[in-house]
Design a protein around this ligand. Structure first.
Ligand SMILES: *[C@@H]1O[C@H](CO)[C@@H](O)[C@H](O)[C@H]1NC(C)=O
Length: 398
């Protein structure tokens, strides 16, 4: 997690100028169509802090889409992760349920992450929905990354286990033992949880993971990006896998790193999702001669349309609206920007979604991009949750 003060976007300015966010709702996109910059949820104008942040989604087998985010509802005694649901390809969402803190008495606050079990695991059936996120009290005294599960498609939730403990305070200041940003990935009968941690006194912040074989007991911590220079601050790991090249890519922001100022987007490529630690980091340098993406990245892999079973990695960083694509081989010189017309955001989420055959999208897969707003946006700057759906791009070969 980092603090990146953003200038007001045109959208944010429009809201303030109009006085009421509700007046800004655009024409609602038609179901299963392509669209951009589609407002989904406007927080109360009096919501605290950033009002909203960190949108995360999951598509279920019935093609509905669940959505959560960091929510700053001023009326809630304890913070919680809202769960909203779309049955029209992300064009519109309605409130569906919420994930309350069931064990700490603190509230569920930061960085929700949604994941569906790809196989029966830990006594839960395939398709069980997991949510990992940071639970911390209002005074930020300490924190857990906690795991919740829903066996009924996100309607009801139960606490499963504590994954990581942060003795606190849960703030980004150096020397505070905070934990952030869980990311789940199933691998060979183990569930991996990647996260950022400030708990190790040898590092300002490092990226680590733990594994579990039963969802309840978690392994010792294994480091993935732990730099000897204690002034640098890698953060916000996400991981994608190409079944074509059998390569795993972890993207992260590298605050205070060797190139550029701010938090340039870096990545590691590994043959194992458990062995990023021994791999050298490198920056995403786009081949358009413009600035490298900076801050809160996200990465996915997908088949490339019409390319005979070959795929592309797609990455995103906060400072640029474009997405950055690379082939299965992840050539360091191969990152190419593509403009998809969607506002940038703090930790903007990328997801491939399936569409119904009898819909406007005719069963084609699409790229869903979810914005929770920008960190540093408070006061007269107004965050809200928005999304876009675009065609999966082809790798630019010219
Ligand atoms: C926001 O707070 C102000 C001042 O307390 C209050 O007058 C207003 O009704 C609140 N707005 C909403 C939408 O709750």
């Amino acid at each position: 997690m980092h603090i990146l003060m953003r200038t007001l976007t045109f959208a944010a300015l429009s809201v303030v100028a109009l006085g009421s966010p509700a007046m800004m709702r655009a024409v609602q996109p038609s179901p299963w169509s392509n669209f951009n910059d589609n407002p989904i949820f406007y927080p109360n104008i009096n919501a605290t802090s950033w009002r909203t942040l960190y949108g995360r989604t999951l598509q279920l087998s019935d093609k509905s889409i669940l959505l959560s985010w960091e929510d700053y509802d001023p009326a809630a005694a304890l913070t919680y992760f809202p769960i909203w649901k779309s049955t029209d390809g992300g064009a519109s969402f309605k409130y569906f349920s919420r994930v309350d803190d069931q064990v700490n008495g603190w509230g569920n606050w930061y960085q929700p992450f949604l994941y569906a079990l790809p196989e029966p695991f830990g006594g839960y059936p395939k398709g069980t929905i997991l949510l990992a996120g940071v639970s911390t009290p209002r005074d930020l005294k300490e924190a857990y990354i906690d795991l919740y599960a829903s066996a009924n498609k996100g309607r009801d939730w139960e606490f499963v286990s504590h994954i990581v403990y942060g003795p606190g305070r849960e703030v980004i200041d150096r020397g505070e033992q905070a934990i952030w940003e869980p990311f789940l990935h199933m691998h060979k009968g183990q569930l991996i949880c990647y996260y950022s941690t400030q708990v190790d006194p040898n590092h300002n912040q490092k990226l680590s993971h733990k594994t579990t074989k039963d969802l309840r007991h978690w392994s010792q911590e294994v480091d993935d990006v732990a730099e000897p220079d204690s002034s640098v601050r890698p953060g916000m790991a996400t991981v994608a896998y190409s079944p074509v090249s059998k390569k795993y890519v972890m993207t992260f922001e590298y605050c205070g790193g060797p190139i550029a100022s701010g938090c340039p987007v870096y990545y590691k490529v590994s043959n194992s999702p458990l062995a990023f630690g021994s791999v050298t980091s490198q920056p995403i340098i786009p081949n358009d001669g413009q600035l490298n993406p900076n801050g809160s990245p996200f990465v996915i892999w997908t088949l490339e349309p019409g390319n005979n079973g070959n795929g592309i990695f797609i990455a995103s960083g906060n400072s640029r609206e474009e997405i950055f694509v690379n082939t299965d081989a992840v050539d360091p010189n191969g990152w190419k920007p593509i403009n998809v017309g969607q506002w940038s955001a703090y930790s903007r989420e990328l997801r491939i979604i399936n569409t119904p055959k009898d819909s406007a999208a005719q069963g084609e897969q699409k790229l869903l991009i979810t914005n929770g707003g920008n960190i540093g946006c408070s006061g007269s700057c107004y965050n809200f949750v928005a999304n876009g759906v675009v065609d999966i791009p082809n790798y630019p070969r010219s």
